[in-house]
Ligand binder design. Structure first.
Ligand code: S3P
Length: 427
């Protein structure tokens, strides 16, 4: 599918982005291990989260639609899936689910689409093997055979919430303690939600990194959770509003967990105003409205070190922002971008260059010089939803027409993206 975008004058309105993908995945997975029913209001129903739901249903989770979401009833014991579990495009599904399967008396083969089949799974296979599970394959398809696990102290090779969550979820049924050390803190939704379900989770910050520990736990209690909006989906609108003169955008009910709001740090570096209003907390997760003020000539920004995991999914759209900044913006320490839904360093650079931008690539990042007048052209998503949406934003500020080839990928996380953008923009 192709979508085309042209220059617009401004973006205005109050907008609630779709519900958070990371939190929806976790709410579904945690409901499947709870002791009794849970209720999830406003879950994200996009391709990735539907994949998690389908896999869990194949192992016994019952679901019932309610007027505003889902009521989920876990099976007493998970059942053996009769077919391979299709995780679609979703790394979170494959990696977190593997941790739950590894600690239960079931065996499953997890498969994915072409993009997921290229992504590294050794990063979760290795700790699960150390805990005593059988995991065949270091890339999809993965065969995971559960066992009585033993707790481990594991240091992740890269800061990754998917590795951390996989190991901690397995640790809930392992003997002894299970701890994960990471050099810089990755998103901590799993920890917050488990703690809200009554599971003791300990975090210690030491000079060599953050250590998160769980012990074998009784089944956590069922919960009610209303999923806030996804800052990573909102990011496309926030950047568009920052770049389009006279924009007035209030993104409402957004999850603003500090492990996810690195984009606001970048805005501060650029001189783009972003104010948080109406803050509150639910299941340990902070939520607020974000009001953004446009900035005609943003300053260049630097992203490196501990900031990287706090905005890892926003880098494609921040690269578009960088083309409009007055100077050289840098992204470093972000080698992980090479193993996301696409090689995002390579693809962002190729697409930006095709639009006339000046981009240098490194093994672990990008340098982008601005400001550049972008020119519309045909760009590829290579099946990567965030590339599609980032270049739709580029299309709003470029001369001529920007055609997104492979735009069907956007439904992975944000099925209503194009309609919502068209509703808020004015030519
Ligand atoms: C996610 C963690 C991040 C992120 C992904 C979602 C999660 O991946 O890029 O989109 O929900 O835990 P890593 O943990 O591999 O960095």
């Amino acid at each position: 599918m192709r979508l085309s975008f042209g220059r617009v004058a401004t973006l205005a309105g109050t907008y609630r982005p779709p519900s958070d993908k990371s939190l929806t995945h976790r709410a579904l997975l945690l409901a499947a291990i709870a002791d009794g029913p849970s209720r999830i209001r406003r879950p994200l129903l996009a391709e990735d989260t539907r994949a998690t739901l389908r896999c869990l249903m194949a192992m016994g989770l019952s679901t019932e639609a309610t007027e505003d979401g889902l009521r989920l009833t876990p099976a007493q014991e998970w059942s053996q899936p009769s077919e391979p579990l299709d995780c679609g495009n979703s790394g979170t599904t494959m990696r977190l689910l593997s941790g739950l399967i590894a600690s239960r008396p079931v065996e499953a083969t997890l498969v994915g689409d072409a993009s997921l089949s290229r992504r590294p799974m050794r990063r979760i296979a290795e700790p699960l093997r150390l805990m005593g599970a059988t995991v065949e394959g270091d890339a999809p398809p993965l065969l995971v055979r559960g066992a009585d696990l033993k707790g481990i102290a594991y240091r992740t090779p890269v800061p990754s919430a998917q590795i951390k969550s996989c190991v901690l979820l397995a640790g809930l049924r392992a003997s002894g303690t299970t701890s994960v050390a990471e050099e810089t803190l990755s998103r901590d939704h799993t920890e917050n939600m488990l703690a809200a379900m009554g599971v003791p989770v300990e975090r210690v910050v030491e000079p060599n990194g953050t250590h998160t520990t769980v012990v074998r736990a009784a089944r956590p209690v069922g919960f009610e959770f209303s999923v806030p909006a996804d800052v990573s989906s909102g990011a496309f609108f926030l950047v568009a509003a920052a770049l389009l003169p006279d924009s007035r955008l209030l993104c409402s009910e957004v999850g603003v967990n500090p492990t996810r709001t690195g984009i606001l740090d970048v805005f501060a570096q650029c001189g783009i105003g972003a104010d948080l209003e109406n803050g509150h907390v639910q299941m340990g997760e902070p939520i607020a409205d974000i009001r953004v003020t446009p900035c005609p000539t943003p300053r260049p920004f630097t992203v490196s070190g501990a900031l990287v995991p706090r905005l890892i999914d926003e880098i494609p759209v921040l690269a578009v922002l960088a083309t409009q900044c007055d100077g050289v913006s840098m992204v470093r320490d972000a080698r992980e971008l090479r193993v996301k839904e696409s090689d995002r360093i390579d693809l962002v650079a190729r697409n930006l260059r095709a639009m006339g931008a000046t981009v240098e690539t490194f093994d672990d990042g990008l340098a982008i010089s601005g400001p550049t007048k972008l020119r519309g052209t045909v760009v590829e998503t290579e099946g990567d939803h965030r590339i599609g949406m980032a270049f739709a934003v580029a299309g709003l500020i470029a001369d001529g027409e920007t055609v997104i080839e492979g735009a069907e990928a956007i439904a992975t996380s944000f099925p209503t993206f194009a309609e919502d953008l068209w509703d808020l923009t004015y030519v």
